[in-house]
Design a protein around this ligand. Structure first.
Ligand code: DI6
Ligand code: FE
Length: 385
């Protein structure tokens, strides 16, 4: 999936110790003598297992009431300013036990696994105090013990300002986002660091301080940037060599050039665009022209994107933003792996993990084409059926 599907008809894949040992046309395959077993895939399409590289899948409560408010005319920002939005999920998340958070998350994780997902990024960001943020990431780590799926954890304390820090955003950045990051990192809970750069959240100077702390710890960064307005987040992310800038509806051509130079992936999140009935589409053509690779993810969260279907995210990426079906498939596999710095996932190549999705479709474009239909035949995780 470098510049096209790279489809091999009548292919064979050899797996050894949970990794791909060989892939190519079946006629060229090395002999199978000595193989523990062989399996025919019955003419199915085999892709890498899908990767959801942006999710807030651990949270308490629901925000269906807010959905109703927005349908009656309130904007996402108005709901947030009225004490709803992210902060209302914070109340429910703080009140939930680890077991309750885990049980809730697993219902959504199971929906993703049923669509062939083999790796999920999970963000904190609904605790907003050091203990509750760490609790969310402990729950995230427990998902990988409960289910056959890889989990990458992301510290997102800079998601919203909790009520107890009203008017003291800079103190919140120091005491929770930065001191908490050091504590969570020491506890082995953090794979990457994220922030929400927006008028209802934090500005570039505040995010830069969090990124400096991440750099000191040797942790990669990524950013919710230019989702609802142009704040300079994409350029900031590029300046810090971020793995990704996410949402990016309001990103400009200059942003795209800066991201391309830094190798920063654009993570496209059509579920939030759709749910908030936004009208500013991300500059997909500018990303293509500049050479910014695009990932696609669910942004699974209770407010702006109650979506647990990467297949639907693929469909939306194509129909709403004119991504091609090939870009959509790369966006949930090869490029999503880049956005999470997982060089041995998201491709079917020697040395990569044998995490595969087997589909009852006759051509790859069918994965993005159907709406609300799951053609998964089976998922293979670490070489196991
Ligand atoms: N942007 C999003 O889409 C999610 N977080 C963010 O910064 C939404 C989070 C929520 O509304 O609960
Ligand atoms: Fe998000």
């Amino acid at each position: 999936m470098e510049g096209g599907y790279g489809l091999i008809r009548d292919a064979a894949i050899m797996v050894e110790d949970g990794r791909i040992a060989w892939v190519g046309p079946r006629a060229d395959a090395p002999g199978t003598e000595g193989a523990e077993r062989t399996r025919a895939m019955g003419g199915c399409l085999v892709t890498p297992a899908l990767i959801d590289c942006h999710s807030h899948i651990v949270f308490g409560g629901t925000r269906a009431g807010e959905f109703e408010m927005r349908l009656e005319g309130a904007s996402y920002q108005e709901v947030a300013r009225a004490g709803g939005g992210i902060v209302s999920t914070v109340r429910d998340t703080r009140a939930a036990s680890e077991a309750e958070l885990l049980a809730g998350a697993l219902t959504r994780v199971d929906a993703m696994i049923a669509e062939g997902v083999g790796a999920i990024e999970v963000k904190s960001g609904y605790g907003l105090d050091v203990e509750a943020e760490m609790r969310m990431l402990r729950v995230a780590r427990r998902i990988a013990a409960e289910r056959p799926v890889h989990i990458r954890t992301t510290w997102l304390a800079a998601h919203a300002l909790p009520p107890e820090y009203e008017g003291r955003a800079d103190a919140y950045i120091d005491e929770v986002c930065i001191d908490g990051l050091r504590a969570a990192h020491a506890a082995g809970l953090v794979d990457a660091v994220d922030g929400f750069c927006e008028s209802i959240a934090f500005d570039t100077a505040q995010i830069a301080r969090v990124f400096d702390a991440a750099a000191e710890l040797g942790l990669p960064v990524k950013l919710h940037a230019e989702q609802l307005s142009h704040m300079g987040g994409a350029a900031l992310a590029a300046r810090y060599g971020a793995l990704s800038a996410d949402h990016v509806e309001y990103a400009t051509q200059d942003d795209a050039r800066a991201m391309a130079a830094a190798g920063t992936v654009a993570v496209i999140l059509p579920g939030a665009f759709y749910t908030l009935r936004e009208t500013q589409a991300p500059p997909v053509e500018a990303f293509r022209e500049a050479g910014v690779e695009m990932a696609l993810a669910t942004d699974c969260n209770p407010g702006s994107s109650p979506l647990a279907s990467p297949l639907l995210a693929m469909n939306m990426g194509c129909s709403l933003f004119r991504m091609t079906p090939a870009e959509a498939l790369a966006g949930v596999t090869r490029v999503a792996a880049r956005a999470l710095d997982l060089p041995d996932q998201g491709r079917i190549a020697p040395g990569c993990r044998a995490d595969l999705a087997v589909w009852d479709v006759s051509e790859p474009a069918e994965l993005a084409y159907r709406i609300g239909f799951n053609p998964l035949n089976r998922r293979i995780f670490s070489g196991c059926l």
